[in-house]
Design a protein around this ligand. Structure first.
Ligand code: 3PY
Ligand code: MG
Length: 282
């Protein structure tokens, strides 16, 4: 069994990490994402359709292709967080964290009593290779390198960002552009000065504390600009968005090709065979 990948090693290498948001539980899709070159996969339980058993299958697939597995929690789901650590995820991403108290509650859920609130089951959990790794080592490092990343995507979150990022146990910030722009009164409009000010404030807070920073690239905030401003976690796609685009193009091209050949046959031109492409995009 290969040792667990450490997110920390990848982060400290300084390189940008590219990720895919997965909403549909499908280990083959996760495996393909790794084969295609994504560095991390964000399993989305805020909006997606994963059930409990699906996590394990997806993490198995990710381990086979050396891809980091992260889970975005449902809103305000701190108590459930230990389950994902037990399964061996590399990061917990908590949506819409607004206050330092919320961040503290999440940080406590990452560790055992007396300081924390996490329940103990480590000797039979995947995170310790079902106990093979030894429990003493686990107790010295109960998080096993897993990060806690809090999302800032509200006006309150922005105004409290300095306190939130200062909470011990918070390892990073992830900006949610869709929700943040909506919260600032300009949904989907990333050109508003209020939005730019909020982004700059969040970025500064992360920089000052040396915390990991990331977001999903969007209009005016391209990959290169974000990387230049210190973003390392770049969520560059989502399963259903990519499949939607590929499907629309695929069937659209097929219809257009048929229409074109019908026009040509009416006008008496000879149709040319499209050579080279095999079936199924091969
Ligand atoms: C948002 O844009 O609100 C997000 O949560 C990004 O994934
Ligand atoms: Mg959001």
């Amino acid at each position: 069994v290969k040792p667990r990948l450490e997110l920390h090693e990848r982060v400290s290498s300084g390189s940008a990490l590219f990720g895919l948001l997965q909403t549909q539980p499908n280990p083959a899709l996760a495996e393909l994402a790794g084969m295609c070159g994504y560095d991390f996969l964000l399993i989305d339980t805020e909006h997606g359709y994963f059930t409990e058993a699906d996590y394990l299958h997806t993490l198995h697939a990710l381990a086979a292709v050396n891809v980091l597995g992260m889970v975005r929690l449902p809103q305000q789901a701190a108590p459930a967080l230990g389950r994902y650590l037990d399964i061996g995820v590399h990061a917990i991403v908590a949506p819409n964290v607004c206050t330092a108290e919320e961040a503290e509650r999440l940080a406590r859920a990452m560790i055992y009593p007396p300081r924390g609130t996490r329940g103990f089951s480590a000797p039979i959990q995947r995170v310790t290779r079902y106990g093979l790794d030894g429990i003493d080592a686990h107790m010295r490092n109960a998080r096993e390198g897993a990060y806690l990343i809090v999302m800032i995507e509200s006006a309150t979150g922005v105004s409290n960002v300095d306190e939130i990022v200062a909470v011990p146990g918070v390892d990073g910030i992830f900006i949610g552009p869709a929700d943040l722009s909506a919260a600032l009164g300009c949904p989907g409009d990333f050109s508003q000065p209020a939005y730019a000010t909020a982004i700059a404030r969040i970025e500064r807070a992360a920089r000052v504390r040396g915390k990991l920073l990331g977001t999903a690239p969007h209009a005016g905030h391209s990959v290169d600009k974000l990387v230049a401003r210190g973003h390392q976690l770049l969520l560059v796609g989502a399963d259903m968005g990519l499949i939607r685009e590929a499907m629309s193009t695929n069937v659209g091209n097929a219809r257009a090709q048929l229409q074109q050949s019908q026009v040509q046959s009416i006008s008496g031109e000879s149709g040319r065979e499209g050579g080279g492409d095999g079936p199924y995009g091969s």
